[in-house]
Design a protein around this ligand. Structure first.
Ligand code: ADP
Ligand code: MG
Length: 579
């Protein structure tokens, strides 16, 4: 029972008691008036009686000499006779007054009794209501606790489901796909668009429904309405930080140290936050120390910091870190770390090689050893300045190439290993033609299937990490590019289409997967079709004007999730053990 009802009753009884009190007071005043009147009448009666006594004695004095009849004067007697009915009337009045006083008092008493019993009933009812209130309160508390328990059980089950789903994804060899929706930015404004002038039309059409679901909801003139949802392993809303994104990348670095090959790739339209996510806002500036926790650092500097932190936790493993950086520009691969023949725009051209075809005589990529996160970032920052960029109408620093940073972890061989005894043999083991799965480390694990790096003799590859910042897919009409930039755009779009074709073929388990249709897919062949832990971060813009590209990007992600690698070529996936 709500407390308000108890309060209402309390007020009612208080008013009733006041009313009765006023009535009693009025009656008391009336009684006092009557008593006063009574007293006045008594007084007058006494005066009359006194006057009558005097007149009697006077008449006696007068009567004694003349006899009783002659002694009684006529006037006092007449006065007495006149007074008698008055006195009678007064007596009647007093009686009536007394009776009415008694009546009033009885009424008052009855009212008082009724009021008191009503008050008592009210108090009893209020007590019952209070008890009911207490019992409701305790029931509500109980239900609240049940709800909390159910909620925590739900969270636990959700977490378990996530873990099991992850495990399933891992076992099936699926590609993990995350989606990041960037916030609306000043350059998203479209003053010439009449729809944007209308404040009732929302500018944001892409929403994170929860941490696994994206909703695209958009009504555009002359277009059918869009109301599509997509599910991914993780969805980041516009407010989610770089730290949150890296929180889901960090476990992959532990896997890297455990000996798994890892690839993290950012995919999406130009200007939707791929470079921001992978490199951070200072992607081409001075390296910022990766241990700065509150900055906007992207995946690369955070991964560099985490990698060296994990290595320092177990120095007995004596892992060495080498870095190579390439860009795929206009369907050519350029080594951004090569010292020889470097042009202002980019490094020398290199060929894409895969595990099956790497030859020792082919000019291999430069691999720079690094010993700290700061050294790594300085090297990366130098290379990033060489990367091809262009200002488009979508984005002032549109990357025109796919950037691939490869981190190779190597261990020194055990004493007396073939590599140590015969450096030439070791070199052949490192660079020679490798039938898939044949290249194994001294500890028995399988080495990185991508052979894009010369191994130093007598070293064993422990695992490789590839960070890929793809060039943005782009609608020529929207980006407004012309001339050589248009040619670049065409190469970018073709390589991304080739990537989608490869994923399509893998998802459908076709016998032939068209890796060689582009240098990008050829370069990434071992990552896409192999057993590396591959994470694709789809970056999308929330704007209505980019909705067509966003749908294409989300469709790409949905297709990538269908891929079950290792089975596309007919066989079951090779069992993979961490080293
Ligand atoms: P892309 O590499 O996909 O072409 P960028 O990463 O260069 O796009 O991002 C384009 C612009 O948007 C940059 O100015 C970047 O700082 C900004 N941006 C992208 N994502 C975010 C985000 N999540 N939060 C804040 N700004 C962002
Ligand atoms: Mg970019």
């Amino acid at each position: 029972m709500p407390a308000a009802t108890g309060g209402r009753w309390g007020r009612f009884w208080e008013q009733r008691a006041r009313q009765l009190q006023r009535q009693v007071q009025a009656k008391e005043e009336w009684i006092v008036d009557l008593e006063t009147e009574n007293a006045v009448l008594h007084l007058r009666l006494a005066q009359y009686q006194g006057a009558a006594g005097q007149s009697g004695s006077a008449s006696a004095g007068l009567c004694s000499p003349c006899g009783p009849r002659a002694r009684l004067p006529r006037s006092p007697h007449a006065a007495l006779l006149r007074l008698c009915p008055v006195i009678q009337a007064l007596k009647q009045d007093v009686k009536a007054l007394h009776a009415s006083f008694l009546e009033v008092f009885r009424n008052f008493w009855d009212h008082l009794q009724t009021g008191l019993s009503e008050v008592a009933e009210g108090v009893q009812r209020a007590q019952l209501q209070h008890q009911a209130l207490l019992s409701w309160r305790s029931k509500a508390g109980h239900l609240e606790r049940c709800l909390q328990e159910a909620d925590s059980r739900y969270q636990l089950e959700k977490q378990r489901r996530k873990v099991l789903h992850n495990r399933l994804v891992e076992l099936k060899g699926n590609i993990r796909v995350h989606c990041r929706i960037r916030p609306l930015l000043p350059f998203d404004e479209e003053p010439e668009d009449p729809a944007s002038q209308n404040s009732s039309v929302p500018a944001e059409v892409v929403h994170a429904v929860d941490d696994e679901t994206v909703l695209v909801k958009c009504d555009r003139a002359a277009h059918p309405p869009i109301n599509n949802t997509y599910s991914f392993e993780r969805v980041y809303g516009p407010a989610e930080s770089q730290q949150a994104v890296f929180g889901d990348v960090r476990p992959l670095l532990t896997s890297l140290l455990d000996g798994y090959n890892v690839c993290i790739m950012a995919y999406g339209q130009t200007g939707c936050g791929k470079s921001y996510t992978m490199l951070g806002p200072q992607s081409t500036g001075e390296p910022v120390p990766p241990w700065e926790p509150h900055s906007d650092l992207g995946v690369l500097p955070r991964a560099a910091g985490e990698l060296f932190r994990l290595i320092s936790e177990n120095p007995s493993r004596s892992l060495k870190v080498d870095v190579s950086i390439v860009e795929v520009y206009n369907n050519d691969i350029f080594d951004l770390l090569a010292k020889d023949g470097r042009t202002a725009a980019s490094g020398p051209k290199r060929e894409a090689l895969t595990a099956q075809e790497a030859k020792p005589e082919v000019c291999l990529l430069t691999r720079e050893p690094v010993h700290s996160a700061a050294e790594f970032m300085a090297l990366a920052a130098g290379s990033l300045q060489l990367r091809a960029e262009l200002a488009t109408s979508v984005h002032a620093n549109s990357s025109r190439s796919h950037l691939i940073i490869t981190v190779t972890l190597t261990t020194a061989p055990a004493r007396g290993s073939p590599g140590a005894r015969h450096p030439r043999a070791a070199e052949q083991q490192a660079n020679g033609p490798w039938p898939e799965g044949s290249r194994r480390s001294a500890s028995g694990g399988r080495a990185w299937p991508g052979a894009l790096g010369a191994q130093r003799p007598a070293e064993q590859v422990h695992a490789k990490l590839q960070l890929v910042d793809l060039a943005g897919s782009e609608c020529v009409g929207v980006s407004g590019v012309t001339g050589s930039a248009l040619r670049e755009t065409s190469f970018i779009n073709r390589s991304l289409a080739a990537l989608a074709d490869v994923l399509g073929a893998l998802a459908e388990r076709r016998g032939h997967v068209p890796y060689r249709n582009s240098k990008l897919t050829h370069f990434l062949q071992d990552v896409l079709g192999g057993d590396a832990k591959l994470l694709v971060i789809l970056c999308v813009s929330p704007c209505r004007k980019h909705v067509a590209e966003t749908l294409r990007c989300l469709g790409f992600g949905a297709r990538a999730r269908q891929v079950q690698r290792g089975q596309a070529r007919g066989g079951s996936p090779a069992p993979r053990k961490p080293r």
